[in-house]
Design a protein around this ligand. Structure first.
Ligand code: NAD
Ligand code: USQ
Length: 396
């Protein structure tokens, strides 16, 4: 297949690109490199030394003989360029990773809120509109998030996107209807993913676009089979208070002897998936495209759930790291349970990689190797969800 990977220079996009190229697909990356600019804005860098995208693709060609094409396009701002690109290249599939994906970054200030909404919602809408206008019949696979569901304590398992509801009809009878599972986003970033869902629903219903939305949990790990092949193919690996995600942060903190930064009581339960499985899930989703006229296909892309304090205790047992119990900069339930259905990927053949000690140690080893690149002052998560929380965090 000819596949466009939007956001292919990022943490999930780069290993996915390599995996699909390895499988023999013709892969084109469309990326505006905004993530690299955000590193500059924040004064941080990936823990792992990342080469330019051009250099990365050159090394891949040298190692495998396969070409990955790179196109510098901002999908939120360059609508006409995106449309021309699609009309000219007519990809069979489009994988859409190209959004601002950090909840803390989206809550930093009003400017960051506005940027995140403009970038994510316009980018997704531009893509959908350009797909209709060019008449291409590509299967769109979007990376959404488990966070759209919110983390309720109802106790029922979260279904894969849709919820059957019984409603009273005008004549007093009852009718059954399936609705999108109601969203309850916990940050401006997560809110943009909820808005994406409505855009997808409209374009699938109105124009017959074929869309799969992957509600992904927190991705952990760094290497995949392909990124291990050459030091310059290494994946990016975020540790800072905005972009570092919880388990990867704990593993890096353990490697540099920094107390593990648990927010509040650490009672938050979240869904997780290893980067190797994330890449594999995308391949599986591509192999099972919906037909025109089908509703949006929604998969829960996660393999296990864990409570934050249990992860901290596990990493502490493994490495001897201390745990710091910090005031929570976020507005979120201090404790929640989470049960998630993920039968669709299992039935397509996913064999989940679970939190094995070997894999956790591999991440700690990578972090130790590059520990000299860590700026410890960038580890604390300082983006507060509200002014009151900011004052409280400062006081405590
Ligand atoms: P990332 O920030 O590392 O990568 C995103 C890429 O998209 C970057 O290379 C960035 O430059 C590019 N991009 C952003 N806006 C763009 C635009 N307007 N035009 C062109 N390119 C643009 O993020 P990631 O961790 O690789 O996440 C990828 C996707 O997966 C995101 O949509 C995110 O919401 C989703 N996701 C990530 C995780 C996770 O734990 N990392 C979990 C669940 C879902
Ligand atoms: N947390 C800590 N300590 C830390 C960092 C985080 O206790 O040092 C806590 C947070 O308070 C939160 C939980 O860990 O309760 C998860 O935080 P996170 O930063 O790992 O994940 P989140 O903000 O939800 O975002 C990440 C990705 C995002 C993706 C989402 C999937 O950045 O792109 O959509 O995970 S999910 O969480 O399933 O919505």
């Amino acid at each position: 297949m000819k596949i466009a990977v939007l956001g292919g220079d990022g943490f999930c996009g780069w290993p996915t690109t390599l995996h699909l190229s390895d499988k023999g697909h013709e892969v084109h990356i469309l990326d505006n490199l905004s993530r690299r600019w955000i590193d500059t804005e924040l004064g941080v860098q990936s823990l792992t030394p990342m080469d330019s995208i051009q250099e990365r693709t050159r090394i891949w060609h040298q190692e495998t003989g396969r070409r990955i094409h790179f196109h510098l396009i901002d999908i939120a701002k360059d609508y006409e360029i995106l449309k021309r690109w699609l009309a000219e290249h007519r990809p069979d599939a489009i994988i859409h990773f190209a959004e601002q994906r950090a909840a803390p970054y989206s809550m930093k200030s009003d400017r960051h809120k506005v940027y995140t909404v403009n970038n994510n919602v316009s980018g997704t809408h531009n893509l959908l509109s350009a797909m209709v206008e060019t008449g291409i019949d590509a299967h769109l696979v979007h990376l959404g998030t488990m966070g759209v569901y919110g983390y309720s304590t109802v106790g029922a398992a979260i279904p894969e996107g849709y919820l059957p509801v019984r409603i009273a009809t005008m004549d007093g009878a009852e009718a059954e209807q399936e609705i999108l599972y109601p969203t309850r986003p916990g940050s401006v970033y997560h809110m943009t993913k909820s808005l994406d869902q409505i855009l997808f629903q409209f374009y699938a219903q109105n124009d017959g676009l074929r869309i799969t939305d992957l509600h992904q949990g927190i991705v952990w790990g760094t290497h995949t089979e392909q990124t291990r092949r050459h030091p310059q193919l290494i994946n990016r690996f975020d540790y800072d208070g905005d972009y570092g995600t919880v388990l990867n942060r704990f593993l890096i903190q353990a490697a540099i002897d920094y107390p593990l930064t648990v927010h509040g009581t650490g009672g938050q339960t979240r869904a997780f998936i290893h980067i190797q499985d994330s890449v594999r899930c995308i391949e599986l989703a591509l192999s099972d495209a919906p037909k025109a006229g089908d509703r949006v296909r929604i998969f829960n892309q996660m393999t296990e759930t864990h409570r934050v304090r249990d992860l901290a205790e596990l990493v502490s047992r493994l490495t001897g790291a201390r745990i710091a119990w910090l005031p929570n900069p976020r507005k979120e339930a201090p404790e929640n349970d989470l049960v998630v259905k993920n039968e669709q990927f299992l039935s397509l053949g996913l064999n989940p990689t679970t939190l094995r000690e070997g894999l956790l140690e591999e991440v700690v080893d990578v972090a130790r190797k590059f520990a000299y690149r860590v700026d410890r002052s960038r580890i604390p998560s300082v983006s507060a969800w509200t002014r009151d929380i900011a004052r409280k965090v400062e006081r405590d």
